[in-house]
Design a protein around this ligand. Structure first.
Ligand code: VG1
Ligand code: CO
Length: 540
């Protein structure tokens, strides 16, 4: 069936797909025009195979039904869809690769809250399993501006509860167990016997799935296959509104887990994951692992897991992520790449074998096993490392700092600002950058200042305007950028970093250690004075 339509405003994918208020996505023709634009901008759906699934948030299943009918009407050959339209983002990435699909449509607004009054999102991944590169998201956006028709099969809903093969309009639909293939992949990468033995020795953990998609994955892998005690996985049922929680695994939103990990009954390991399962947080007994540190620890120890026994080809991190992993890469004698924020920039590095592990400060790490960051993968790698080293999280982290020094690091988010105010803060600082080198700012001397641009070493594409960075002569750093995942106003992210070589000064309180850098940042950008905010909304 052909339906005439008109372009919808603002269908511009951000850091990770198109995110809008759920009601916007539910408004007439909104989802349809975006999905048709994806098909149109990528050479049409005819004869193609896609993977479809999402994180279970409100509108997930309805949206999946629409996409299935649209794929059929556009002539797709086959769609592989998770039971109840559930798929974590890393599992979807794996399924695209495993089945040699042409791409995938992932329904998620990731760490953003879900529900009728909250957020929804749609993301397109390509045949390598990774998020569409910038040139492709730009082509999709361009198509949304002129689209005047879409195609949808006039068919009954697919039975998404029944695993097996169905058909609409000549298109094959495979409803699959969302967990099985992913769990098998994890068994290939990690020493499940060693981890199982550790649990059998009494190792205790708490995994908080935050009522989001990783619950079924974590239960199957941790409790059923690895023998973790029943109840290890909490908030394990994916709920349309994530139980009213904010499915963002950080100390602010996963505060229940934090309290337990710092309490008298703390287990050995605490972990949490986000809405779509690509992020993770790690907490040891009485010690929080900052994501940039965690990524560096994973890079330094990955060889302890069977999947990485031959060592790493290289590593990559997003520009705002701390340089902790750079020191590991130097020690290992491997390459270290610095990319803009967002997983799509890692795709070429992973495909070309330049990087085995990638990481972001925003609770994201992953490897070349898929083309997305992968929350549960990171947790399993930690478990494998803990099983091999038979040390606590605290011992491992402190040992890491003694060896490499410590990159004190924090991100301050100023959320839901009026867009013009946020943009003016960035624009004013951007204009000042050329004259900054050599100047002394709140006692720190500027060594270099620029607006980060990235030239992809594989396809030569250049991405500009990826964040303002000011590096001081002592190696401290301030980074400022605007978020590309919000759905309300603008969010300024301020990233602060300071390296301490040790052996002294490795156990300061983070915000105290960063106070001089924060003062320099405020002197440079005046975020508080310009926005009228007393401080950030979220500190991670
Ligand atoms: C944020 C993070 C970024 C991450 C992105 C998607 O983007 O900073 O590192 O890749 O979210 O993560 P931004 O533009 O808001 O800073 V997810 O788990 O929401 O797909
Ligand atoms: Co996510």
């Amino acid at each position: 069936m052909r339906v005439t339509c008109s372009p919808k405003d603002g269908q511009k994918p951000g850091t990770s797909g198109l995110r809008k208020k759920t009601k916007v996505f539910m408004s007439e023709g909104y989802l349809e025009t975006f999905v048709q634009s994806i098909f149109d901008a990528t050479g049409g759906a005819k004869g193609k195979t896609y993977v479809v699934g999402g994180d279970g948030r409100y509108f997930n299943e309805r949206a999946a039904q629409v996409i299935l009918k649209m794929a059929a009407a556009n002539g797709a050959r086959r769609v592989i869809v998770g039971q109840y339209a559930l798929l974590s983002t890393p599992a979807a990435s794996h399924l695209i690769r495993l089945n040699h699909a042409d791409g995938g449509i992932i329904l998620s607004a990731s760490h953003n809250p879900g529900g009728l009054e909250a957020d929804f999102g749609v993301k397109f991944n390509t045949a390598n399993g990774g998020p569409a590169p910038e040139a492709m998201t730009e082509a999709i956006h361009a198509r949304t501006k002129v689209i005047d028709e879409y195609f949808i099969a006039d068919a009954a809903d697919v039975n998404l509860s029944r695993i097996g093969t169905q058909e609409i309009g000549g298109m094959e639909i495979s409803v699959i167990d969302p967990v099985a293939d992913y769990a098998a992949l994890m068994e290939n990468l990690f020493d499940f016997d060693a981890i199982r033995a550790m649990f059998a020795r009494g190792f205790r953990m708490r995994f908080d799935a935050m009522c989001a998609v990783t619950g079924p994955y974590a239960r199957e892998i941790l409790e059923n296959r690895l023998g973790a005690a029943p109840g290890t996985v909490v908030n394990a049922e994916p709920l349309p509104d994530f139980g009213g929680m904010h499915p963002d695994p950080n100390p602010t939103w996963a505060h229940d887990l934090m309290e337990r990990m710092f309490g008298p009954e703390a287990p050995d390991l605490g972990a949490a994951s986000d809405g779509d399962g690509d992020r993770h947080m790690i907490v040891g007994r009485g010690i929080y692992v900052a994501p940039s540190d965690g990524f560096a620890v994973l890079a330094a120890n990955a060889h302890l897991a069977p999947g990485y026994r031959d060592g790493l080809k290289g590593v990559a991190r997003s520009m705002p992520t701390s340089a902790a992993v750079d020191r590991v890469a130097a020690a290992l004698g491997i390459g270290c790449h610095e990319t803009p924020t967002g997983w799509k920039f890692f795709g070429n590095l992973l495909d070309s074998g330049r990087a085995t592990l990638c990481g972001e400060e925003s609770f994201g790490a992953g490897s070349d096993h898929v083309r997305e960051k992968d929350g549960l993968w990171a947790v399993l790698l930690w478990l494998n490392i803990l099983a091999e080293r038979t040390e606590s999280v605290s011992e491992i982290l402190n040992g890491h700092w003694r060896r490499f020094g410590r990159n004190y690091y924090s991100r301050h988010d100023y959320e839901a600002l009026p867009s013009d105010v946020a943009e003016a803060v960035l624009a004013t600082l951007r204009a000042k950058l050329p004259e900054l080198p050599g100047q002394e700012i709140a006692g720190l001397t500027v060594a270099a200042a620029d607006d980060f641009a990235y030239a992809d070493p594989v396809d030569g594409s250049v991405s500009r305007g990826q964040g303002l960075r000011i590096v001081f002569t002592d190696g401290s750093r301030v980074v400022l950028r605007l978020s590309g995942t919000g759905t309300e106003g603008a969010t300024i992210r301020l990233y602060l970093e300071r390296h301490v070589a040790g052996p002294d000064g490795l156990s300061e309180e983070v915000q105290t250690a960063l106070a001089p850098v924060l003062e320099a940042a405020e002197t440079l950008a005046g975020i508080r004075s310009r926005t009228g905010r007393a401080g950030p909304d979220v500190i991670t």
